[in-house]
Write a protein that binds this ligand. Structure first.
Ligand code: SF4
Ligand code: FES
Length: 271
């Protein structure tokens, strides 16, 4: 409802105020990893600016299902920016035009009449499963190769039994906010996973509990990312710019520092 110049109330404008955006989507469709994919164009109308990007895809999928067509496959879980499952290239940018996760990107970032390209993460270490969904298990295998600490069982230690300097705990906490979404890999021209691995190495390596395995951790995680086919880091910085959690390049410096120290100390990756 709007108030007109003469003070009377009118509902005439309400429909137009509510009217959403009309968009053209060009979406990567690929039935499975064995066939070639292609961009397919869809029109969506009356898209609310308050919808998340994934909700907009839900609306498209509901229509495709009602029409008897195959819905667009995409990954998602929490839809709150914490699980790291969602993630697509939107107009060539990992997670789209805002430094956040795709589930937290809202349609108000786009304009009525826009054409939006939606593609899966592009990296040979992330093979396409279907449409926009890719296999990111390579990141899990990097974690398995060293992203853990060994904790003796028994009663819980007293709080503050092991003092940790505030600057270390802050940096470890910042690194621990990495959600493993893979945007850093998708944004990097080398498809490097260095920012992800650096975040994991940092968040354990700065804590006292992470010290016993520190050298083995870094050499094994770096070796695993090479085995998975991720590219090398050339300090371009696209990873950090695309990271929805703002993981900084400083973590990559820490990883390199740790790696050199570990190699000098004689640590070698498990074959
Ligand atoms: S470093 Fe950032 S972009 Fe890379 S996986 Fe972690 S949260 Fe995602
Ligand atoms: S769906 Fe969990 S971070 Fe987007």
């Amino acid at each position: 409802m709007t108030i007109t110049q003469d003070g009377s109330r009118s509902t005439a404008g309400a429909a137009s105020e509510r009217r959403g955006m009309n968009l053209t989507l060009r979406i990567w469709r690929q039935k499975d990893p064995t066939v070639k994919g292609k961009m397919v164009t869809y029109k969506v109308s009356d898209v609310s600016p308050d919808m998340s990007f994934l909700e907009m895809l839900d609306v498209l999928n509901e229509r495709l299902i009602l029409d008897g067509d195959d819905p667009v496959a995409f990954d998602h879980d929490c839809r709150e920016g914490i699980c790291g499952m969602c993630g697509v290239m939107i107009n060539g940018m990992a997670h789209g035009p805002q430094q956040t996760t795709t589930c937290q990107l809202h349609m108000r970032k786009f304009k009525d009449g826009d054409t939006i390209d939606v593609e899966p993460w592009r990296a040979s270490a992330f093979p396409v499963i279907k449409d926009l969904a890719v296999d990111r298990s390579a990141l899990d295998r990097i974690i398995q190769s060293g992203g853990y600490i060994s904790v003796p069982t028994g009663t819980a230690p007293d709080a503050h039994a092991v003092p940790v300097p505030k600057k270390d705990s802050d940096a470890a906490f910042d690194a621990a906010t990495c959600i493993g979404c893979g945007a850093c890999v998708a944004a990097c021209p080398n498809a490097s996973s260095m920012l992800f691995t650096a975040a994991k190495v940092t968040h354990l390596g700065l804590m006292p509990q992470g010290q016993p395995e520190r050298n083995d951790r870094v050499v094994n995680m770096v070796a695993q990312q090479d085995r998975e086919g991720f590219g090398g880091c050339t300090n371009i910085g696209e990873c950090s710019a695309a990271c929805p959690k703002g993981i900084s390049m400083e973590n990559i410096s820490r990883l390199n520092h740790d790696l050199l120290g570990a190699l000098r100390a004689g640590a070698r990756p498990k074959s």
